[in-house]
Design a protein around this ligand. Structure first.
Ligand code: AMP
Length: 281
């Protein structure tokens, strides 16, 4: 049993991890932006099942926010996060400052993400995935994990990271983990704590829309099933950003459902933007 070790700088982190790597230990990695909840912890549980040592990073990456107000309002609660993590053994916590990550000596290769960032989150949040790809590349370069764990809650992000690892031929296995939900069905998210209890209740409709679409996509055509989902949403005060069914590989909209698709949604609940998705197979 060992309590978690906290590192703020890259050199001491990499020295520590090298000593494990030299002994042939398997290193798992869970990158996060903190304000930890059970969704993050479920990734950590998967990591601990597979790996000898787990690294969790907490870094609110400015480059993936296209809206400075969203960046400023993003929940930050390092002390609570450290206390949440305090009971884990064999855990390494990486809490870098921005200059540790974006060190000008660290070269970021040109990462061709193909057309994957052009839809959904990419079109609503210009530059978001460029920022995500850069920070994930840099974190991978620092931690050099054998495996890295990402939530299916951020479905497009997971696809893009799998693509990045393949495109750059990185020796890292990417593991997608199921979405952790509240008993109401609402997907757990750090942003949920920005919601009032009334808004949180209203946000339950997001999962109801996804379930409606999953249950009806085989008996209605795509246009009509999306319209049905939208009319459910319109009974709440949530504002739609997008609701779409995409091919899980290309992330392009599916016109005729052939048994394979991912339904993805983004809405605004007040000022808070929430995303979710469901597999339709
Ligand atoms: P974030 O801190 O929001 O950047 O998320 C860090 C990681 O946790 C990402 O891989 C997310 O996809 C994942 N994650 C966030 N929420 C959930 C959830 N409800 N269930 C499973 N994974 C999640």
């Amino acid at each position: 049993m060992s309590t978690p070790l906290v590192f703020h700088d890259v050199n001491s982190l990499t020295n520590h991890l090298d000593s494990f790597r030299e002994k042939g230990k398997k290193i798992g990695f869970v990158p996060t932006m903190g304000a930890l909840h059970e969704g993050h912890l479920s990734l950590l549980e998967s990591c601990f099942r597979d790996c000898d040592i787990c690294v969790i990073s907490i870094f609110v990456n400015p480059r993936q926010f296209n809206d400075s107000k969203d960046f400023a309002n993003y929940p930050r609660q390092i002390s609570a996060d450290l206390s949440t993590l305090s009971s884990y053994s064999n855990l390494v916590i990486f809490l870098p400052q921005e200059n540790e990550i974006y060190n000008p000596n660290r070269i970021i290769p040109n990462i061709n993400l193909g057309s994957l960032p052009n839809t959904m989150e990419g079109s609503s949040r210009p530059g978001h995935f460029k920022g995500v790809a850069q920070v994930v590349y840099l974190l991978f370069d620092i931690v050099k994990p054998n495996r890295a764990y990402f939530g299916m809650k951020d479905f497009q992000q997971l696809s893009i990271i799998k693509h990045l690892v393949k495109a750059l031929n990185l020796p890292i296995e990417i593991i997608g983990c199921p979405t952790s939900r509240e008993p109401s069905g609402l997907a757990r998210s750090s942003r949920n704590q920005l919601l009032s209890s009334q808004q949180k209740k209203e946000a339950e409709v997001i999962y109801q829309v996804l379930l409606f679409i999953k249950n009806n996509v085989r008996i209605m055509n795509i246009n009509n099933v999306l319209k049905g989902g939208l009319s459910l949403l319109n009974q709440s005060s949530l504002r739609l950003d997008y609701l779409t069914i995409v091919d899980p590989e290309t992330l392009l909209p599916v016109e005729d459902f052939n048994g394979n698709g991912q339904c993805c949604i983004a809405v605004f609940c007040g000022d808070v933007r929430l995303i979710d998705n469901i597999e339709l197979n």
